[in-house]
Design a protein around this ligand. Structure first.
Ligand SMILES: Cc1cc2nc3c(=O)[nH]c(=O)nc-3n(C[C@H](O)[C@H](O)[C@H](O)COP(=O)(O)OP(=O)(O)OC[C@H]3O[C@@H](n4cnc5c(N)ncnc54)[C@H](O)[C@@H]3O)c2cc1C
Ligand SMILES: NC(=O)c1ccc[n+]([C@@H]2O[C@H](COP(=O)([O-])OP(=O)(O)OC[C@H]3O[C@@H](n4cnc5c(N)ncnc54)[C@H](O)[C@@H]3O)[C@@H](O)[C@H]2O)c1
Length: 506
């Protein structure tokens, strides 16, 4: 996540709050993750006096314990995988003296790369806030129960603002019965420190986090067993893509899995002395099915909002499993069903549960500020892309094919489908990465792109063109006439767009 500074730096704002009348600030933001940071930058760009409560955690999950360090681990481990793959190297005509297996890595060095990158991005983030004149309050912000007020839990000082944006983010969800010691049984928080590379690690949950870490672990030499509660592995992904991912990311690697089972009891071990034990029960019958003894277990079973102890009850706000209800404009509602708008209170990012992605949090922050400024704005969540940074990557925008079929039937339009292939793409073949597809789903009646799912080299970068198309309502007819650079991976999409209108790509 790279912060962009878009306005002229100003001096601190506390004393020159010009628009906020009787308040200390125009806007106070509680939480300084990417959501809070995005909101703060946009708030200053509108010349609003702005303060952020950071809870001593500038950058939040994404920068310190999420996107940034995990991508550093994936980058380093991906290189190890590639350089140790003798067959792959020999196809390029490359040999490594002493054999590809002589390529070594240093666990601490890899871990340091992740840590240093996180610190660097955190510093950049903090620097951008300071340069723009955002006041940073280091403590935690707690609603006092009186409108427009936030208390600093460290000093007890109360600050006021015309508008308050809650951006407290999320923390790992640990299912009941699972004991985490962050050494042998850990969440992503512990895993990112890469304290060890276990010989055999069980990963509980086959979502984004589980998949990305299976990529890191297998590249660094571990064997992985997935434990997934739902009947399919990778249950939240488009089925066709998940099947292909199973071939590319699971079957060819030292990975096996159990599906339809809950990890009901997980007990930490002692490295080198006592294994981690994992009792599994059938997801339907709840009967014990198996007990595994492994070197380590990673808990990747989703995330829950970090909204405890921030004074929500005192402010008359009822949460659902901790999630704060918001309307389309990001205004906080008193409750999830039939709640009323709480004036001057907004919630963005993971805590509102709309979409747990860094760029979604930031986009919601910008949107909230637009609405605060009186310019009505609604984020189109259907046009927000997502990516899983495995090797190869998986990326998508819009509903899965299964969801799109349902949507088309319900709304009465015809679903079209067209595919581009990496195996026919010159750039992919030059990289010896011919595995993968790009699937474009569109509305046959008006030509508009509904969703795109890609698995293949640099899918995370390729998806942006598709997200822009969904956002702008571009049709496959228009896309098929747009010129794509040759030779690039973008031509995989060109093939799919052209295929949708009966043209053939070169
Ligand atoms: C391992 C991992 C990898 C990920 N990879 C990606 C990825 O590649 N791409 C992607 O888009 N997303 C990724 N995510 C998800 C992404 O990190 C989150 O969606 C994003 O961080 C949400 O931003 P946020 O601002 O809502 O919350 P957070 O980043 O969680 O920030 C909230 C901040 O508020 C602070 N806070 C909480 N309460 C208070 C309070 N009362 N007062 C002051 N401060 C408070 C918290 O300490 C935290 O610093 C990943 C997550 C994980 C765990
Ligand atoms: N690249 C990215 O964009 C990225 C990367 C990592 C995380 N994230 C975000 O972080 C959030 C959390 O990721 P995640 O992978 O933890 O959650 P997830 O919701 O993607 O996947 C969790 C999986 O765990 C399974 N599960 C839950 N309880 C279980 C149990 N007791 N036993 C066995 N399986 C169980 C679920 O069925 C599900 O498949 C996601 O919402 C994602 O948006 C994004």
């Amino acid at each position: 996540f790279s912060p962009s500074i878009t306005t002229t730096p100003r001096s601190p704002t506390l004393l020159d709050a010009s628009k906020c009348g009787n308040y200390d600030y125009d806007v106070i933001i509680v939480g300084c993750g990417v959501g809070g940071h995005g909101a703060a930058l946009h708030s200053r760009a509108q010349d609003l006096s702005t303060a952020v409560f950071s809870g001593r955690d500038v950058g939040g999950t994404c920068v310190n314990r999420g996107c940034v360090p995990s991508k550093a681990l994936l980058a380093a481990s991906g290189r190890v995988r590639e350089m140790q793959n003798e067959e792959h190297l020999s196809e390029f005509g490359i040999t490594v003296e002493g054999g590809a297996q002589s390529v070594k890595f240093d666990r601490e060095g890899v871990a340091n790369h992740a840590k240093q990158l996180a610190n660097r991005v955190k510093g950049n983030l903090e620097g951008s806030l300071v340069a723009l004149g955002v006041d940073i309050v280091e403590g935690k912000g707690i609603l006092t129960g009186k409108a427009h007020e936030v208390k600093d839990d460290a000093s007890g000082k109360v600050y006021t603002a015309k508008d308050i944006i809650l951006a407290p983010g999320s923390i790992p969800f640990v299912p009941p019965g699972v004991t985490v010691d962050e050494k042998t049984v850990y969440t992503s928080d512990g895993a990112l420190e890469l304290q060890s590379i276990p010989e055999w690690v069980a990963i509980i949950g086959s979502g984004y986090i589980g998949l990305e870490f299976s990529d890191v672990y297998t590249a660094l030499g571990s064997e992985v067993t997935f434990i997934e509660a739902l009947p399919n592995i990778m249950p939240t992904f488009d089925r066709e893509i998940a099947k292909m991912a199973e071939r590319l990311l699971i079957r060819d690697r030292p990975i096996d899995y159990r599906t339809g089972v809950f990890a009901s009891e997980v007990t930490p071990g002692i490295p080198g002395e006592k294994p981690v034990t994992i009792k599994m029960i059938d997801a339907k019958t709840k009967e014990h099915v198996e007990t595994l003894e492994v070197d380590a277990a990673m808990v990747a079973t989703g995330r829950v909002p970090n909204t405890k102890d921030m004074g929500l009850e005192d402010a008359g706000i009822e949460t659902q499993r901790g999630f704060i209800a918001v309307n389309e404009k990001m205004q906080v509602l008193t409750k999830h069903d039939g709640g009323e708008v709480v004036p001057g209170l907004w919630c963005i990012g993971d805590a509102n549960g709309k979409m747990m992605l860094a760029h979604a949090a930031s986009a919601q922050g910008i949107s909230a500020i637009e609405n605060i400024c009186g310019r009505e704005h609604v984020v189109n969540h259907d046009a927000i892309p997502a990516a899983c940074f495995t090797h190869p990557e998986i990326a998508m925008v819009g509903p899965t094919e299964e969801q799109a079929i349902e949507r088309a039937a319900k709304e009465g339009w015809t679903l079209g489908k067209s595919q581009g292939n990496f195996r026919a793409n010159s750039k992919a073949l030059a990289e010896l990465e011919g595995n993968g597809i790009a699937k474009v789903l569109y509305n046959k009646d008006n030509g508009k792109v509904v969703a795109v799912h890609i698995i293949g080299l640099h899918a995370a970068d390729l998806i942006q063109e598709c997200a822009n198309a969904v956002a702008a309502g571009t049709t496959v007819q228009e896309l098929s006439m747009m010129v794509h650079t040759h030779p690039t991976l973008c031509e995989v999409l060109d093939e799919a767009f052209k295929g949708a209108v009966g043209m053939s790509a070169h």
